[in-house]
Every structure is written in structure tokens, then in C-alpha cells.
Design a protein around this ligand. Structure first.
Ligand SMILES: *[C@@H]1O[C@H](CO)[C@@H](O)[C@H](O)[C@H]1NC(C)=O
Ligand SMILES: *[C@@H]1O[C@H](CO)[C@@H](O)[C@H](O)[C@H]1NC(C)=O
Ligand SMILES: *[C@@H]1O[C@H](CO)[C@@H](O)[C@H](O)[C@H]1NC(C)=O
Ligand SMILES: *[C@@H]1O[C@H](CO)[C@@H](O)[C@H](O)[C@H]1NC(C)=O
Ligand SMILES: [Zn+2]
Length: 505
């Protein structure tokens, strides 16, 4: 088999030019996989190279790097734009550089929208509801000062400008959740002259959402529990006048951040297995489980893979801006030319591999709803856990991590996880141990997502499974569906209410 090797060239910051749009420099053809004298990839051999010690030593580095964020954030963080994130990228690059020329490594800079709420307060009548919270990427109230107005009930779901009565102008819009994204409601409220908007939930709980891509029409927007929202609407409909004060001090800014991509020089470049984790954390903490764990697993598998030759190309990614709404992976797929898209046979997402109160979770990706091949990948994970005598659960494939852009781009995808803010059931305690009634990751998106917030048993198990997934497809795509032209993601699209960790709708 004769293959030509492509070398990606790094694009410059904020140029909007992707690595794929630049001419590829061809290093000339070389043959097959035995030139290097390395043994052909073998799943058992690769899995045996995975050790808790290596994962732990990377984790300690990640934590030290997160401390670089302290100057600006007063606590460790690896959020995009921070020194903690810059340091993470440098560390991944330096580790890859140690691997000689096994990989061609490229950086893919892209503009990322990042929001920060410094202070917020909502007062309704005389009450400060504890079940209100500012939406992600909300703008500040005018002049970063409190605004005063009456609560005005918006008709229907607030998805149409005509749902907004004229007296919304100069007041505060109260809008029901549903039908269209929060961002659309906020923009409609803004166009109607509202000073601020409140979106209340359809069930009784709180709602933590994001406005998504900024719009000049967005106004300061809070989410509110359905219980309180519905009670307010009833009082207003009954003719009561309820005034409110809304205050948000926040910035929404665009910064440059970067994905890192490493692709084997060996292996058929027209048939790639791709995998990734996200290099960034939230602002609130160092993100050692989310997603230090996945980034490190992927890095460790990339490191150990250099002891083998591969038949198919393997492409590793460390995405940036996942926590702001899957920005890095979305950008990557969006700018991928059609012929490059076709070379990716599948994408495997590894986000949160080591939750302290873990379950072995497999995304329930099926060929009915996702590109054909997604189900074969799901079954690879099932078979492996079964072989190990381990239990697993299925979790919804609903847009919460970096696989989303790939599915929308027609590329089969899937992955595994160990759980975030979900609550472990009694049955899951029988299956996995741990504590019932508590979050899988009690430190999810918090400052305490530190070195003590990972379970090494789960982490090693899942890193071995990542190694298995890489080894399997690096060896052969026999039996794995060819890429097809028909792409229908409408049923996937209908069920997706997330884009990243936050609700969009
Ligand atoms: C705003 O206008 C709507 C419809 O015109 C009306 O039902 C409602 O009572 C008004 N609200 C206030 C606080 O004036
Ligand atoms: C997995 O997804 C399919 C839809 O594609 C659904 O029919 C099935 O019930 C799901 N399984 C579980 C265990 O959630
Ligand atoms: C798998 O789950 C069952 C309960 O459903 C439990 O009896 C068994 O011990 C679990 N296996 C392992 C390896 O934890
Ligand atoms: C990690 O999980 C395993 C299996 O449930 C458990 O035995 C171990 O105590 C956990 N480790 C820590 C540090 O919690
Ligand atoms: Zn994550």
C-alpha cells in the first residue's frame, strides 16, 4: 500500500483560516507500515502500557498548570484565555514534541466567545429568588447598573416578535421556556425594548441555560424555576402588578484560542480514526476530571501508540472552548472540506473518564438517529466492558460534548463517560459501587475538581478502553461501515436540547 503523507501547517491567530484550507505539504510517498521496524498495533499490547502512575503524573502537571490561572481568577483554572489554559496547550504540545516525528502536529486557532458574569441579582417584588440564575453568555444590564420595571407576561413561547406586547418596552419580559432557543427569546425581548428577560422553566425545577452565539439584540437574561415562574404568571394574569429589579455585571468577549491536532504519519491517510478530549476547563476550577482526565487519557494513548505501526491513520484532538459551547470541535468540523470530512471514518469523544462516584457510561448512539457506524462504535464499547466482566449503562447522546459537530457533519461518533451532575441510583451502586443519591462527580464545574477528584480505578479502565478503540481501528476498518453520502440527523437534531454542558432550549 502506497500512501502519501500530509503535513498540516499551523494557521495564524484569528485569521479564520483553518489548517485544512492551507495547502498541504507533501513529504513524498513511502510504503506501508513496516519501514519503521515497529510491531503492528495490537490491542492487548497497547492496553498493557496504560498505567495509573502515568495518568497521575500528567494530572499533577495539569494541576500545577491550573495554578497559573490564580493571578487572574484567584483560584486554579484552565478556562480558555487563562494562563492555565495556555499552559495546558503548551504542555500537550511539549509532550507531543517528545514523540519525535511519529505525528504531524498542527494548531488550529479560532475565535471563541467567552462570557463571564461577575455579579448578578434579581429582585421580584420584595423577594430575591434563590432559584434564579443568569444565563450563560448573557450581556450585562444597561451600564452594568440595576434596571427597574414591571414584569410583563410574554404570550405563547416568546419565539415570535408578535408574542411581545407593547408594554414589554421599558419593562422586564417574563417568558416561558420551550420551542426555540433561549438566545432567540432574549433577542426578541431586546427587539421589543425590554430592559431584561426572565425565562422560566416548564417543569418545576431551576433552569441553567446559555444564550449561545451573541446577538446585539440580546438583553440581560435570567433563568427561573418553573414553580416560581408559573406562580408569577398566574398572579399577573389575575391583574396584579409585580415590579422587579434586574442586575447583571458581565462581559461577553471574543478571544483567540486553539485546537491541537496530531495525526500519525504512518497509516492510510484516507481512512482515519479520530478521537479527542477537551483541553479547557470552566472558570470555576482546575478541571482535573472535566476534562483533564479525557485530555490526559488521549495524550497517554498517543504516547504509547508510538511503540507500534498502524495501518490506518489515527488523528488525536485536544479541543478548546468546549465549556463555552463546543466551540473548538464545532469550528473544526465546520471548516473541514468535504473531501477531508470523508476521510474521517469515525470520531470518539472522551470527556470525563474518572468521576469519583463513577458509572461506566456509553453514549447510546444508534444508526437510526446518528450516522451509520455510530452504533458499531457503541457496540465496541459494550463488548469490551462485557469481556472485562464490568457493568455499563447507556446515557443519552444529546449534544453535551464534542461529538455533536461530528454527528451534524455526517461523521459516525460516540464515546464513553463516567458522569457529571447526574445522580447515581441504587441500582448503579450495585453495578459500580459508590454512593446512591449523590452526583457522579460531586465537584462537577467547581473549584474542588482537583487532584482528589478522580478515581484511578475508573480512569485506568477507561483509558485501556480508549487504547482498545484506537488499536482496533488503527489495525483495520473491516466490518466497519463505509462513509455514506446520505446524512440525516433530523431525529438527532430533534432530541438535542444541549450544546455543551448547558441547555440551549
Ligand atoms: C401589558 O399589556 C398586556 C396586553 O396588552 C396586558 O394584558 C397587561 O396587563 C399589561 N401589563 C401591565 C403591567 O401593564
Ligand atoms: C437507545 O436509543 C434508541 C434510539 O435510537 C432507543 O430506542 C433505545 O431505547 C435507547 N436505549 C436506552 C437503553 O436508552
Ligand atoms: C454488575 O452488576 C450486578 C448487579 O446488577 C452485580 O451483582 C455485579 O457484582 C456487578 N459486577 C461488577 C463487576 O461489579
Ligand atoms: C475508586 O473506585 C473503586 C471501585 O469502585 C473503589 O474501590 C475505590 O475505593 C475508589 N477509589 C477512591 C480513591 O475513591
Ligand atoms: Zn467536559
Amino acid at each position: 500500500m502506497t500512501v502519501s503523507k500530509g503535513l498540516f501547517v499551523a494557521a495564524t491567530a484569528l485569521s479564520g483560516v483553518s489548517a485544512f484550507q492551507l495547502p498541504q505539504i507533501h513529504l513524498g510517498a513511502s510504503s506501508g507500515n513496516d519501514l519503521t521496524g515497529l510491531p503492528v498495533i495490537d490491542t492487548k499490547a497497547l492496553q498493557e502500557l496504560i498505567s495509573a502512575d502515568n495518568l497521575e503524573s500528567h494530572a499533577k502537571k495539569f494541576y500545577d498548570i491550573a495554578k497559573l490561572g490564580e493571578d487572574e481568577y484567584n483560584h486554579p483554572t484552565r478556562v480558555i484565555g487563562s494562563k492555565g489554559h495556555e499552559g495546558t496547550l503548551s504542555y500537550v504540545e511539549a509532550e507531543l514534541a517528545k514523540l519525535g516525528d511519529f505525528y504531524s502536529v498542527s494548531k488550529q486557532p479560532f475565535p471563541a466567545v467567552s462570557g463571564n458574569v461577575f455579579e448578578s441579582r434579581l429582585v421580584i417584588g420584595n423577594e430575591v429568588p434563590s432559584d434564579a440564575s443568569p444565563m450563560g453568555l448573557t450581556p450585562a444590564t444597561a451600564n452594568k447598573q440595576p434596571v427597574f420595571g414591571d414584569l410583563i407576561v410574554v404570550e405563547n413561547d416568546g419565539c415570535d416578535e408578535s408574542d411581545y406586547p407593547p408594554n414589554v418596552s421599558g419593562n422586564i419580559a417574563l417568558i416561558k421556556r420551550g420551542t426555540c432557543p433561549f438566545g432567540t427569546k432574549s433577542a426578541n425581548a431586546g427587539k421589543s425594548g425590554a430592559l431584561a428577560a426572565i425565562v422560566y422553566n416548564t417543569d418545576k425545577d431551576e433552569v441553567h441555560g446559555t444564550l449561545g452565539a451573541p446577538s446585539p439584540n440580546h438583553v440581560a437574561t435570567f433563568g427561573l424555576s418553573g414553580e416560581r415562574g408559573k406562580a408569577l404568571v398566574q398572579r399577573l394574569v389575575d391583574g396584579e402588578i409585580i415590579d422587579a429589579i434586574a442586575y447583571i455585571d458581565a462581559v461577553v468577549e471574543t478571544i483567540s484560542t486553539t485546537n491541537i491536532i496530531a495525526q500519525t504519519r504512518d497509516g492510510d491517510p484516507d481512512n482515519c480514526v479520530m478521537l479527542g478530549g477537551h483541553s479547557d476547563s470552566v472558570a470555576e476550577g482546575p478541571g482535573i476530571n472535566d476534562d483533564g482526565s479525557g485530555s490526559i487519557s488521549v495524550l497517554e494513548v498517543a504516547t504509547q501508540l508510538t511503540k507500534f505501526s498502524v495501518n490506518n491513520c489515527v488523528r488525536f484532538a485536544w479541543w478548546a472552548g468546549e465549556e463555552e459551547g463546543l466551540l473548538g470541535s464545532d469550528h473544526y468540523v465546520e471548516v473541514l472540506p468535504k473531501e477531508e470530512n470523508k476521510k474521517i471514518r469515525l470520531f470518539m469523544d472522551y470527556d470525563m473518564m474518572a468521576s469519583p462516584n463513577f458509572a461506566y457510561q456509553i453514549y447510546n448512539a444508534t444508526n437510526d438517529e446518528s450516522p451509520v457506524g455510530s452504533e458499531e462504535l457503541r457496540n465496541l464499547y459494550i463488548d469490551w466492558y462485557e469481556e472485562q466482566g464490568l457493568n455499563y449503562t447507556f446515557i443519552p447522546f444529546d449534544g453535551r460534548s464534542d461529538y455533536d459537530g461530528f454527528i451534524r457533519g455526517g461523521i459516525p461518533a460516540g464515546g464513553i463517560a463516567t458522569g457529571a451532575e447526574g445522580i447515581k441510583t441504587k441500582e448503579e451502586v450495585d453495578q459500580f459501587g459508590g454512593k446512591a443519591g449523590e452526583w457522579y462527580d460531586p465537584c462537577y464545574h467547581q473549584l474542588c475538581d482537583d487532584l482528589s477528584n478522580v478515581n484511578y480505578t475508573a480512569w485506568v479502565v477507561n483509558t485501556k478502553l480508549i487504547a482498545h478503540s484506537v488499536a482496533t481501528y488503527a489495525l483495520s476498518f473491516d466490518g466497519f461501515p463505509e462513509r455514506t453520502d446520505e446524512v440525516s440527523v433530523s431525529s438527532y437534531d430533534e432530541k438535542v436540547k444541549y450544546h455543551g454542558g448547558k441547555l440551549i432550549l
